[in-house]
Design a protein. Sequence first.
Length: 474
Amino acid sequence: MNSSLFITLIALAIIGALAYFAAIGFRGSGRTKDVPPNLDKYHSDDELETNHLDRTLSVAVLVASLLTVMIPLYYLGEQNRQEEFVEYFDEVSVVRGENLYEEFGCGNCHGVDGSGGAASYVEKRSGVSVTWAAPAINNVFYRYDSEEIRYWLIYGRANSPMPAWGLEGGGPMNDGQLDDLIDYLRYFQISQQEELQNIEANINSALLRIDNSSLQVESEIVRQVELIDAINIAPTQLPIVEEAVSVISALIEKENGIDSDEDGLFDSVEIEISAYSATISEALGTQVLNLNPEEEESIPGRKDLSIVRGYLSQLQSSEINLGILVEGKEKFLDEATSGLAFLEEALENELWVVDFQEIAERTYEGDYDKAVRAVGIFNAYCARCHTAGYSAGAAYTKKIASGGLGPALRSGRANIQFKAREDMVDFIIKGSENGKGYGVNGVGGGKMPGFGAVLPESDIGLVIDYLRGMMPDA
Ligand code: HEC
Ligand code: HEC
């Protein structure tokens, strides 16, 4: 029953009772004016034991039966109300979780809607600045339970850009905040159907990445060479920038002259700044200003004064950056050159290349498409944990499935851990459980996701055959 109806009924009953007593009171007060109540004549014994008693008893029965009906009704309503409360608290928790998601910038890496993104990161092995892929988390409940998700939130993921968020892991959030965050993650999960619809696109982009890896590493080599040049040239640029900052500042603050276009810069200053900007532009790679003393906006839409202020602040920030480079020159140069060597070696070895034909013949009776799909699935769904550096871009120096956060799987190791294929299928479907053994000597850490809700069994089978078919490395 609706609780407001119940309250209305109670209120009506109370008002009725009050009215009844008031009416008796008025009647009595009119009658007992001269005679005190104890001397007044009351009902006869006969009447008291029959009519009057009957009436009192009927009222009692009526009230008792009303209560018998009302109490269970109230009780039923109460349960509903409590469910409404729970729902209300859930909603509040989701809203708080959403605030945490924004406040702590999860969306900067995982996307505002949790569909995945990227983070800048200096990869530990190579010292190269990379763009590290951050996985989608609007589907994370399809591969982990909430305790496993909590673990990743508390401790983050070492050797990756994912920071620790829980107090135990050295992060800022307490248990209640983590609860809210997890409620929010649960709330924004996509439907399983949508998740399954992503499979083809995920496989295709993983395969495309293999094709593009050489190009990608080449362009990273170009960037690395530019970085080394920038470090080398910094000591010559720094004094030029320092002088430019003081020259331009002094010119802006000059106190007298003629200002034809009344833009806040004297004519002579506009001419001098233009000329000066031309003299330093080559050494610093900065722009040349062409200020017209007759024109308030030498570049239409921007006031000359604001152009010059912008120019000055550019010079000031490059002064700071160059200062840092000069200060740590040896260290930066070391890192950048070893990063370059790493990339060059990667380009030479091309360890990301897979021989589909060979896989097809060895494992799929010559079925090339199956081999391609199996590698696509592995790279799209497994490589980020089982091939070191995969999330950093090209898996520069490591062969496919050579191990990362998760154990190495190549060289037919899967056959050693799982004697029977069906045990391996079962493991990939369910994932690992914290503290629970698997295979011959595996100890689950709850870190291996379950793929039963993410990939059809046919695809799981393909990737398992691929891993089981891998030959021991020479
Ligand atoms: C600086 C970037 C960054 C920020 C900020 C960040 N993450 Fe992550 N997160 C990552 C990366 C990268 C990974 C995957 C690490 C790897 O490659 O193993 C990850 C992994 C995860 C995972 C495990 C998913 C899986 O399937 O492996 C969860 C869950 C997660 N993040 C949630 C969050 C939440 C919630 C926040 C905000 C409180 C957050 N992350 C903030 C970069 C970030
Ligand atoms: C988020 C990281 C992650 C992803 C993604 C992942 N794994 Fe794992 N995997 C692990 C970890 C970690 C272990 C070790 C068990 C543990 O710590 O829970 C593991 C264990 C395994 C093992 C047992 C290896 C052994 O020798 O003990 C196999 C086989 C395996 N994973 C296959 C796969 C396959 C196939 C995929 C893709 C469909 C995959 N994994 C995706 C992290 C991952």
